[in-house]
Write a protein that binds this ligand. Structure first.
Ligand code: ADP
Ligand code: MG
Length: 562
């Protein structure tokens, strides 16, 4: 029981920190809650201890059937991990000491509502997965303080969370989740790749903050009439916004008129956002992938020949590898890798694209003959992608009217408001002639059909076999680092953490599988056994994990150097 733990901790007072390992185990409270001490840190400065606090659902006013549907469960877990932090911050924590003494942490999500391991909810209980610093004085155990932290403070935060949680916010977050699922269904019925509701606030507070720009500074989104869709939600409420249809959509407009901000919102719309984000009803096809130039990245065995052919020195491009790719080759590889994972929508922004990959105008075609130019620009492939593969593109490009020829829809951003300029753009195609020639290359290959060489991971491991996430944008494999800074739809460190664990699982899978098969295998086990199944500590505090999309897992695999 918790009293026994309290006595043990008091008797450990002033003993060497090692002795704390003896408290690992589970402890019952008077209220029938359970404290699990899964892992005790090695010393006060080391990675914190991992504990769980479990409360039976029967002693709360929660009803499991209200949260049973997957999207509701994800929303409920998201809500309660934030609510725990909210409750924690209300109270003063008197516990002090050396190192991490007294620290209490739960993996609090950002505004994206995605599957996470920080809170578990089952038919029987709700459980918080907490990291904490068990108090020390120098390197000696502070027994009294430790007892206070583990036996009083943490239980009382968890219990207070379930007592005080803001009921109406909770109901609202479940409803928002319902609405998002509903709109996504309507989007696919209507052939939409993206939906941006009227009134959405797209701009962020700053380049370093994901919070919305304050209401009085932001111009709320408003759809042009022609692209307006109105959906009647299950509660009778109507929601209206701009639908972007499948096909090729061009976003044009003057510099600083909000083009990239719109695309960024769509890019993030692969995830659902919580109320208050400003983009809770900005939704995109969940397979949409942001494609960008990323020079210096490594590329392994990708057929980029639809875009790049006949490189100098007769370097082959149907199985292209590079330790140090250029802007254009990296962008081409990004597209082929997205197709390999069955993306249905590509998102591109001029700000992060290689110019020579995007355009090649009439004069340049005359000066540099096709035989001397390995690149077939994207403008000559964008329709093939759609017509041969059903892959839509949403493209921000303010600098070239050549794209009017190939676009199905032209959106112009003007002072942060979108306008339909399709008709005018198409008229210009006829009235302002370009003498640009369409470059007509080989047809697109069906798939990449590559095997993933697991050896490239194994060879990098040291004796301990460590693969570790280091913040949002990096994973270390042994002593090697795998940079993910250009993987723009990776949004949480906990996703990176999960990817690191997934890499470990992948080495154990079938030798001859393709990247897609490997990732599908991982997803299948996540579906059956939960996100925690990727953790070596499944069944206990599994670490701080969030579910990555398969595209971001692939992005990591594809960037591992030989
Ligand atoms: P572009 O890509 O067209 O050059 P950006 O999307 O980068 O323009 O936007 C330029 C600036 O305007 C950014 O600082 C952005 O935060 C701000 N901004 C974008 N959309 C809005 C909006 N709806 N209301 C207020 N400010 C906005
Ligand atoms: Mg821009």
């Amino acid at each position: 029981t918790l009293q026994q733990l309290e006595r043990s901790l008091q008797s450990l007072d002033n003993k060497s920190y090692n002795a704390l390992k003896s408290i690992q185990g589970n402890y019952q409270t008077d209220l029938d809650n359970t404290l699990f001490i899964d892992y005790v840190q090695g010393d006060p400065f080391a990675a914190p201890s991992r504990i769980r606090f479990r409360i039976p659902l029967s002693s709360t006013d929660l009803t499991f059937t209200d949260m049973e549907e997957y999207h509701r469960l994800v929303a409920a877990k998201h809500f309660f991990s934030k609510e725990f932090t909210f409750e924690k911050d209300k109270k003063k924590n008197p516990v002090r000491g050396t190192g991490k003494s007294g620290m209490i942490f739960i993996d609090t999500p950002g505004q994206e509502v995605i599957e996470r391991s920080a809170v578990a909810i089952t038919e029987k209980y709700i459980e918080f997965r907490i990291s904490c610093g068990i108090p020390a004085n120098g390197r000696k155990i502070s027994g009294k303080q430790a007892a206070n932290l583990l036996c009083r403070i943490i239980p009382s935060i968890a219990e207070a969370t379930l007592e005080n949680y803001r009921r109406s916010n909770f109901q609202e977050s479940l409803e928002v989740a319902d609405n998002q699922v509903f709109i996504r269904k309507k989007m696919s019925e209507n052939g939409l790749t993206a939906f941006v509701s009227n009134g959405s606030v797209l701009p962020r507070e700053s380049g370093h903050s994901n919070r919305p720009l304050p209401e009085k500074e932001a111009v709320p989104f408003h759809s042009p009439k022609v692209w307006e869709y109105t959906f009647t939600l299950t509660n009778g409420r109507k929601i209206t916004g701009m639908g972007i249809k499948r096909g090729v959509t061009l976003i044009v407009g003057g510099g600083y008129h909000g083009k990239s901000t719109l695309l960024k919102a769509i890019e993030r719309g692969v995830y659902n956002h919580e109320k208050g984000d400003g983009r809770e009803y900005v939704l995109a096809d969940s397979s949409a992938v942001k494609i960008r130039a990323e020079d210096d990245r490594s590329i392994r065995n990708v057929n980029i020949s639809p875009f790049i052919n006949e490189l100098p020195m007769q370097k082959k491009t149907d199985q292209f590898s590079s330790a140090d790719a250029s802007g254009s080759t990296s962008q081409a590889a990004g597209i082929m890798e997205a197709l390999e994972m069955k993306s249905r929508v590509l998102l591109m922004d001029e700000d992060t694209s290689a110019t020579n990959f995007m355009i090649r105008d009439a004069r340049m075609q005359k000066l540099v003959k096709k035989e001397k130019e390995p690149i077939t620009p994207f403008i000559d492939r964008i329709r093939d992608l759609y017509e041969q593969h059903g892959v839509s593109t949403i493209l921000v490009l303010g600098g070239s009217g050549d794209y009017f020829d190939v676009a199905d829809y032209v959106v112009m951003m003007d002072e942060y408001r979108p306008f339909d300029k399709t008709k005018e753009a198409k008229e210009l195609v006829n009235s302002v002639e370009t003498i640009r020639e369409k470059e007509n290359p080989i047809t697109f290959p069906e798939t990449l059909n590559r095997h993933f060489p697991k050896k490239i991971i194994e060879n990098k491991l040291d004796r301990k076999g460590k693969i570790q996430a280091r913040g949002l944008h990096q994973i270390s494999i042994g002593k090697n680092s795998l940079p993910l800074h250009a993987v723009e739809q990776l949004i949480s460190e906990s996703q990176t953490e999960a990817i690191a664990m997934i890499l470990k699982k992948i080495i154990k899978q079938n030798e001859n599988a393709s990247t897609e098969e490997l990732i599908d295998g991982i997803y299948k086990s996540i579906e059956e056994e939960g996100l925690e199944s990727v953790s070596p500590f499944a069944g206990q505090h599994p670490g701080n994990l969030a579910l990555p999309r398969k595209f971001e897992i692939a992005a990591a695999l594809n960037r591992i150097r030989d």
